[in-house]
Design a protein around this ligand. Sequence first.
Ligand code: NAP
Length: 504
Amino acid sequence: MICIPIVADNPESALQDMAEASKVADIIELRVDYMKNPDLKRLLEGRILPVIVTNRPVREGGRFSGNEEERLALLKRARELQADYIDIEHDSVQYLSAHRAPATKTKIIVSYHNFRETPNDLTNVYQRLSQSGADIIKIVTFANTITDNIRIYRLLQQAEMPTISFCMGEYGMISRILYKRFGSYLTFASLKTGKESAPGQMNINELLNTYQIRKQDNHTSIYGLIGNPVSHSISPVIHNTLFREMNCNGVYVPFKVDNINEFMREFRELHVKGFSVTIPHKQSVMGHINEIDPIAQRIGAVNTLLNKDGQLAGFNTDCEAAVKVLEDTIQRSSGSMQGENDALSKNNLPLKGKNVALLGAGGAARAIAFGLKERGALITIYNRNYGRAQSLARDAGCLSRKYEDIHSLVADIVINATPIGMFPKVNETPLDKSILKPGMVIFDTIYNPLETKLLQEARRQGCTVVGGLPMFVRQAAAQFKLWTGQTPSLELIEKVALEKLRGA
Ligand code: NAP
């Protein structure tokens, strides 16, 4: 079930929000602690869906700051008015036995909130709450690390009575999205952004549209992005759209991971079917996989994991994606100058013999260097940390130059594989425009912004330019194919990515 909390500060607005929420939720939580004069009778008469009445005190993360007697009297009144549920805090539970109401249909939720952490004694908390006379128990904690979610998952797997449980905060988002798989009685979603009742609460549209929460069931395959940060990634919207459009029962979630060792160990039991891997884990994840594709092994970086019956296989889809984008760009630019047929016959190996200046020596640069080398390009690496440039040059069989020498580079193709110029530092560029000459191909792997300052200046100088989006689209398509065996439409991925990037 999806529950929308109503956090309006007056009954009028609350009734409006309840009506709106009733179109999309299964249950409503009336947060009377947000209201000045909650007219409970009117509010409950106006309900369309079942309602939980909650009057959360400040000590449990709520807004009610009056005295305890007044607070509990409101819950008693809610029960007399036949509220469907009341939520009562674990430390007020003795109130229930003192005020038994025999003829009520109201179910009692006994709740525990911890806004600081996910404590070690979760099982004790569960035991205590389950012996309190509750119909349903609720244990909500703050996640300080992604693995806190797994502790909530284990608790729910062992729960013997209806239990609402999830983690708050950015790290806890996956427990809200995957609540059915976790086994929680319900999940919460805000009516819209700005109407959240707890940290990390997502809005209902995101849960319904991006994460297809209504369609998830026990057979839904879980996929996700391992990285840090992950909150601005466009991968969830892309892969979840593909699952929907291609009728695959899958969901893709962001895993914000600090400690890759702990994550890889603890998350085995969730049986995640596949991962994308991004900064800063593309190399460190390699110590946790059972087999590595030979190209990924040579590159020394993995951006895709496939779970084959518990055995993790690692791949690198950046490499082929970048090469394909450059080949297409060269084909197109020479096609427009010489005529399609002529160009195609001459350019079966469009990268062969081309002088390429590659800026950067990180994960993306490594993938690109190996890919281009295989196609016969003559590559020179420029990197801020020269030792790293030398090391990549040695591994991939190319040249390296000091980063200061960038100002005198001469090349057919320049590739930016550094984050210089990436949002929010969009006024930066790795190259002075005087280096850019007509006829050069400039490939910036950055896709946010879609056209970096480097590309804008290169376009003005008469260069052929290509941004990072086509590479991103191709690497995402290759990941999807590895996971599902199905080939997605590049146009669809591009359309979704553009919508997301332009809307962001
Ligand atoms: P990474 O492994 O962290 O490597 C970053 C590289 O950029 C390193 O070589 C680093 O040099 C250099 N660098 C960082 N800040 C710099 C600065 N201020 N001045 C000079 N050099 C700097 O990251 P990555 O995964 O390779 O990603 C690099 C870029 O590729 C990012 O912009 C990312 O968006 C892009 N990318 C795009 C796609 C796509 O599909 N379009 C895929 C992957 C990556 P040092 O060695 O000196 O630190």
